[in-house]
Design a protein around this ligand. Sequence first.
Ligand SMILES: [Zn+2]
Length: 303
Amino acid sequence: MRRLMRAALLVVFSLLFAGCGFDSPAPPPETGVTVKVLDVGQGDAVLIRTPEQTVLMDTSDTGQTEKLRAALRREGVRRIDKLIITHPHRDHIGGTATVFRACDVKAVYDNGQPTSTNVYRDYLKTIQKKEIPSWTLRDGDILDLGGGATLHVLSPTQEMVDERGMQNGRLNLNLNSIVARLQYGSFAMMLTGDAETPTEEGILARHAATDIRCQVLKAGHHGSKTASGSAFLRALGAGAVIISCGADNEYHCPHPSVLARYEKYEMDYYRTDRNGTVTVKTDGKTYTIEQERGQKNDAGAES
Ligand SMILES: [Zn+2]
């Protein structure tokens, strides 16, 4: 179930995007699913490739777009079937202009919660100008990613968006991040944007344990102590967690107490500041995780 929002459904992509592709595109895997948590500094960009589709969830920060562009080029991504923006903070939406320039984006999905920043306004303008179909995602929606892969949206609800992410009288856009569970065969990965503990608790309240268990978690909110609550981690039962964060970032993510919690629940953790791009590959039964550099479970205590 999907909801049509701002843009009209017109198909003029090939002309609009002619001449902006990369040289030697690597096709999506014929079998299996690959998820890359890209090393894009302090921000998120997660590239999902199924046997049929290429999906990008978030686009890094405005200052990291060269890293994102290089990663997309390296991966041979010319077409993005689904661009998903978990929430409109700059470290997730910042690279959208770069993505729209570099790739043929077939459809855009977001949480429909507006904000007043220039980068958000430009994002909306580009979607309109390029006439890209755009949709809002809500708890219960299921996206077909092709080849047997599906994305099950677990948050936000319409009610959460209507309340505008208010927390203790303050607006917190993180709370309404799109949270979704990628499913391929018996493998599942939880993708969280910047969802914080109240969002996690809502998911636990609304969903059966079988709907949220997964092997791998993309850490919510860059490993901040506002996310990765004990109840959520226990319910997920994941064996590994990937944290997207920048080296020596000003927010001091990931928080040592969160790393300790991952260890308590026997989760191997990977972090993009120390491990570079982290790649999960699955055949639908088993999975592997590769890091570009360093060792897993590197707490970075020396820094
Ligand atoms: Zn963020």
